[in-house]
Each structure stands twice: as structure tokens, then as C-alpha cells.
Design a protein around this ligand. Structure first.
Ligand code: MN
Length: 273
């Protein structure tokens, strides 16, 4: 199943190739603030969506005809693992590595959707890079989750670009500008991704392939990221973990088109402004 937000906070699902607007059926007010409806839905997903495609309030939609919004707008947190592929560590001449340095937090407000442009700030003389990453969506609250339990806590996956200004500031500042975390185009539920440790992830800039790697080369693997992050902080439904970028990062500039595609998960193309 794909789960998505569209047209200003409405909620939709795609099941067996057919898409539905389930906003009324599950009793969501798209304009409610704070925008945490998707987080609440994920927390109680099986119960709230049981039989929803047959509900009187559900209507079929053409997903090609709607504007997709970021699937999760207000998670409790957005965790990110830096330098989690050895070859990316080499290209950055980095002294840190995810298995040694652990994770950082990226501002939740940096999240943006598949229909939103990446808006570059004015930073003269500085490079702003694309980082192609798999996003993990947490489905269940947990602390001190073990490797063995980790997959019980995963709701699904999405494409994620960890846009990063290079420079001397703290990671959290360089990576937290508004629109620096395109995420989407939808959440693919975990049942559709039987082996997330073997997914090809690719990123193109203006049609040129820049990044092409497999999640099997992660230094800290997916269960390891759940274990490490939950040893520090309680994970909540809707939390997002950015798994780290492989080699091939590089600058983006105004006017570029950035496309990300992850096997079994989805793909999206973003304009840079
Ligand atoms: Mn990153």
C-alpha cells in the first residue's frame, strides 16, 4: 500500500494500483493545525483503515491529477545518520562514520513534498549538495529496541534527499534550511519492501546519473539504526530516519531538476530554485 497526503492535507491510499481519497472516511480535517493527522493515523493505522476502501465516504481518485504534499509534515523527530557508506566517507575525507559518530537531528521544518521546489538560500561561495537517501518511517512507539525487534517498529519507507550546505557550521544548521528535506512521494508500507537491506537507490541531476548505490552497503544497517537511535530517544509513530547517503554527492543550483528513485519505494523529481 502507498499512503500519501495531497491537495492541502487530504489523505489518500493506493491499493492494488487503485487510489482513493480516505479523508472523510477516517474523519480527518485537512486544515487542522498543528498538521499531525498523518502521525496520528500511522499510530493507529490498521484499525482506522480496516475496510476503508468500501466506506461510503471513500472516493476513487486519479493520483496523477492531484498535488502531492509531504506525506509527514510534523513528525516528532527527523533522525539522520551521517557518513553511513564507506565510499561517501572517502569522498568527503570525513573523519566521522555513522558507527562511531551516531546520528544527528535535522529540523522537522526542513521537510518538503514531491511537488515543492528545493529553495536554495543565498550562501555566496558555498556549495549546496544533494544526498540521496532512503527514509524509514517508524510505526510504533519504542525505546531500547533490539536489532531482532527492529522490523516490528517500521511502518514504511520513502525517498528522502538530505540537502546539505557544505561548510564549517554544525550539521544541524547546514542541513535544516526550509525545503532541505524533500520526502515522498508517498510512504510505501513495509509489507511491500521485503528486503530493505537490498534496495538500489539512484539520483539524477538534469538527467545525469550522480548517485547509484545499494542499501546493502550501509555501514550501520537498518536494524542497527533503529537500535542505536532508540537507545537514546523514544521513537514515536511517524518519526523519520534518514539512512545516510552513498558516494556521488555534488552541488545543485537554481534551475536544476533533481530526480530520486528507490527500488520498490518510489520516485520523484524536484525543481531547484
Ligand atoms: Mn545525509
Amino acid at each position: 500500500m502507498h499512503l500519501f497526503r495531497f491537495d492541502g492535507g487530504r489523505i489518500g491510499i493506493t491499493v492494488d494500483g487503485a487510489s482513493y481519497d480516505i479523508t472523510e472516511a477516517i474523519g480527518i480535517d485537512p486544515g487542522a493545525w498543528p498538521p499531525v493527522q498523518m502521525v496520528a493515523l500511522i499510530a493507529d493505522f490498521a484499525r482506522r483503515t480496516q475496510g476503508v476502501t468500501r466506506h461510503a465516504g471513500t472516493r476513487p481518485i486519479d493520483i496523477a491529477g492531484v498535488r502531492l504534499d509531504v506525506p509527514i509534515e510534523w513528525p516528532n523527530k527527523l533522525i539522520a545518520f551521517p557518513v553511513n557508506y564507506a565510499k561517501h566517507g572517502e569522498e568527503m575525507k570525513s573523519t566521522s562514520r555513522a558507527d562511531l559518530s551516531g546520528f544527528f537531528l535535522k529540523a522537522n521544518s526542513s521537510l518538503s513534498g514531491p511537488g515543492d521546489p528545493i529553495v536554495l538560500p543565498e550562501l555566496p561561495g558555498r556549495e549546496i549538495h544533494h544526498e540521496c537517501e532512503l527514509g524509514i518511517v517508524i510505526g510504533k512507539q519504542g525505546r531500547n529496541v533490539t536489532r531482532e525487534q527492529a522490523f516490528e517498529y517500521i511502518f514504511g519507507y520513502a525517498c528522502l534527499i538530505d540537502v546539505s550546505a557544505r561548510g564549517p557550521e554544525e550539521r544541524v544548521m547546514r542541513k535544516s534550511y526550509d525545503t532541505f528535506c524533500p520526502f515522498g512521494p508517498w510512504i510505501t508500507t513495509a509489507d511491500e519492501v521485503p528486503d530493505p537491506g537490498n534496495l538500489q537507490a539512484k539520483l539524477w541531476v538534469n538527467g545525469e546519473l550522480r548517485q547509484n548505490a545499494n542499501t546493502r552497503d550501509l555501514i550501520v544497517d537498518i536494524p542497527g539504526m533503529i537500535e542505536r537511535s532508540s537507545s537514546v530517544a523514544t521513537l514515536f509513530p511517524g518519526d523519520i530516519i534518514a539512512t545516510g547517503t552513498p558516494e556521488g554527492v555534488g552541488p545543485i543550483k537554481r534551475g536544476d531538476q533533481v530526480r530520486i528513485a528507490i527500488e520498490r519505494v518510489g520516485e520523484m523529481t524536484l525543481a531547484v530554485r
